[in-house]
Design a protein around this ligand. Structure first.
Ligand code: SF4
Ligand code: SF4
Ligand code: SF4
Length: 195
């Protein structure tokens, strides 16, 4: 197993989180741009294609890490900011509020914040996310597909043989260049392509 973990993952994770938290419209392309300056062109890393993933939950179970390196990310440009969010609320939830019993996420990793009537913003606390994909399935089923899974490089060990890739039923995992490591959806994807 090779280990391409950054020297100071905590610092880097805090940096990424602060950027995501501060700018709700931040693009993952921007994050990829940040990685460009730190990665060799020849380096390859694992990534999953969110357009092929079927949210089987194995990303949360099969990573060699105690908590998966796969996290849900949110494309704010695609999100409908819905009150009735199928990525946040349990199907048939009795009320549309932040009560734990109404939430789809088993770890409470998605935060719902009122913007203005009738809009709500949804953000992800990646430390709580286990990469189970339940919210992704919910968002894909009735929403815009703005929630999707990606491997996070501040966590991934870049195993020579990724145990998730081996067991992924849809073969969604593949090696991608470290200098363009994210497979993005929405406008973020387009911006990323022209970086
Ligand atoms: S193992 Fe494959 S299909 Fe299952 S959630 Fe992960 S990427 Fe998606
Ligand atoms: S439902 Fe699963 S993938 Fe979505 S935020 Fe919660 S832990 Fe992460
Ligand atoms: S390469 Fe290793 S650490 Fe990274 S997602 Fe796969 S199993 Fe987890």
């Amino acid at each position: 197993m090779s280990n391409n973990k950054p020297e100071n993952p905590v610092k880097r994770r805090d940096f990424l989180r602060s950027v995501l938290h501060t700018l709700s419209g931040i693009t993952l392309g921007g994050i990829a741009g940040f990685l460009i300056g730190r990665s060799s062109n020849k380096e390859m890393v694992w990534q999953l294609d969110p357009n092929i993933c079927v949210q089987c939950e194995k990303c949360s179970l099969n990573c060699v890490l105690p908590q998966s390196a796969v996290k849900v990310v949110h494309s704010y440009s695609m999100c409908g900011y819905c009150d009735l969010c199928s990525g946040y609320l349990q199907p048939g939830a009795k009320s549309r509020d932040t009560g734990a019993e109404n939430q789809l996420c088993p770890t409470g990793a998605i935060k719902r914040t009122f913007v203005e009537d009738p809009y709500f913003e949804y953000s992800v606390d990646e430390e709580l996310c286990i990469g189970c994909g339940k919210c992704v399935k919910g968002c894909d089923s009735f929403g815009n597909g703005s929630l999707y899974l990606q491997v996070r490089y501040n966590l991934c060990l870049n195993c020579n043989e990724c145990s998730i890739a081996r067991l992924c039923p849809s073969r969604a995992f593949r090696r991608v260049p470290a200098d363009s490591p994210y497979i993005l959806r929405g406008d973020e994807s387009k911006k990323h392509e022209v970086i």
